[in-house]
Design a protein around this ligand. Structure first.
Ligand SMILES: *[C@@H]1O[C@H](CO)[C@@H](O)[C@H](O)[C@H]1NC(C)=O
Ligand SMILES: *[C@@H]1O[C@H](CO)[C@@H](O)[C@H](O)[C@H]1NC(C)=O
Length: 363
């Protein structure tokens, strides 16, 4: 491709993103824009721009969900301007990569691309006791390859952060494959289900997000030595060669310790925890399963995590917890009135809202 075409495509992509995707309006330089701009260098990637931006949006939403009750809460500023190599950025990189692969997978199975469709290679093979492969399995081979071409190609240099990003991109893609689910359909004499056909498909993206959050907790701190990442947390007496071999491609890796997320540092996109809302045990009692806060939490540990958020966000940052009473109004006691209305009362409820407040501040 000549340089002129390349430049035009470049600008076209920027235009598409800036005007269609609000999240990109703020980007000047970022892992995400990096991806999308560099993607334009390769022939057909323009076809996937929509999918890529949808995937990155999905990733940002998931990141903010997963870190809602953490000191670092995935602020867009830090996602899109950060050039750090922290544990948090390993999550961002992996979730973005997974989001892109996930969306490409879905698009492919829905028939949105000419060059890909269901993965039927194994159809007819025996999968296990009483079942064979059949139906439309998600084509993760296609989406893995495409996501890798788009995301990894955007990394040009061979410096430490680049190598770290490439590793975490791959870990993100592997997570999509690790969390594939199998669905089956019964066959056989009138519902006897003596034979089933099964296919693989991606589950809800939340499952991918939960798994990458788990990987975030056990992410490995690495060193960059002679162009390679090596496990930096091992005892010094183990030979380095062994450590290199033991770095798992599924794991997240990071180079630098996280900064203090308690205090704002706008230079690096950190907002600090002052003013953040948090919860204590009684706010998320087991008695309120319908609370919108917890109903979509998939792991039991997240209840505990949320319940302890005031202690994590405020106390451990040397701040006080400020309580305010807030009146919430909502519809209640709704009745169906013949015909055809629904009549509701307005109910008021006082809830306690807690936020972090620097000690001695007059807020
Ligand atoms: C792929 O899916 C996403 C989200 O579901 C959608 O926004 C995007 O337009 C789709 N891409 C194509 C090419 O259909
Ligand atoms: C903000 O972060 C940068 C980079 O880590 C650091 O050099 C600087 O000292 C920090 N500023 C404050 C006010 O903490």
């Amino acid at each position: 491709m000549d340089i002129f075409t390349a430049v035009v495509r470049h600008l076209l992509l920027i235009a598409v993103l800036l005007f269609n995707v609000p999240v990109f309006q703020a980007i000047i330089w970022s892992p995400a824009s990096n991806v999308l701009l560099a993607g334009s260098k390769s022939k057909s990637h323009v076809t996937y721009v929509e999918s890529v931006s949808a995937g990155i949006q999905k990733a940002v939403q998931e990141c903010q969900y997963q870190f809602k009750w953490d000191k670092w809460n995935c602020p867009e500023a830090s996602v899109f301007t950060n050039t750090q190599a922290t544990r948090e950025m390993s999550f961002v990189q992996a979730i973005a990569s997974a989001g892109v692969m996930y969306t490409l997978t879905k698009n492919c199975s829905q028939g949105s691309f000419e060059d890909c469709g269901c993965d039927e290679r194994r159809n007819g093979d025996t999968g296990g006791e009483g079942w064979t492969w059949g139906g439309c399995s998600d084509n993760v081979r296609f989406s893995e390859r495409m996501a890798s071409e788009i995301m990894d190609d955007s990394e040009e240099s061979q410096d430490a952060i680049t190598v770290m990003n490439l590793h975490n991109n791959e870990a993100g893609r592997k997570t999509v494959k690790q969390t594939l689910q199998r669905s089956c359909k019964c066959h056989g004499v009138s519902g006897s289900c003596s034979l089933q056909t099964c296919w693989n498909h991606v589950g809800n993206f939340r499952v991918v997000g939960d798994e990458i959050k788990r990987k975030y907790f056990k992410a490995v701190r690495v060193d960059f030595v002679s162009g390679k990442l090596i496990d930096g947390n091992r005892p010094e007496d183990r030979p380095r060669a062994v450590m290199t071999a033991s770095l798992n491609r599924r794991d997240l890796v990071f180079l630098d310790q996280s900064p203090d997320y308690c205090r704002a540092n706008l230079t690096i996109g950190i907002t600090g925890t002052a003013g953040r809302e948090c919860m204590v045990r009684e706010d998320v009692g087991d008695s309120s399963p319908s609370s919108s806060l917890t109903e979509d939490s998939t792991t039991p540990s997240s209840f505990r995590w949320v319940k302890q958020s005031c202690s994590r966000l405020c106390r451990s940052c040397g701040m006080e917890i400020r309580q305010t009473e807030v009146v919430i109004t909502s519809s209640c006691n709704c009745n169906f009135v013949w015909c055809c209305q629904v009549k509701c009362d307005t109910c008021r409820r006082t809830v306690t809202r807690r936020t972090c407040q620097p000690i001695g501040s007059l807020l």
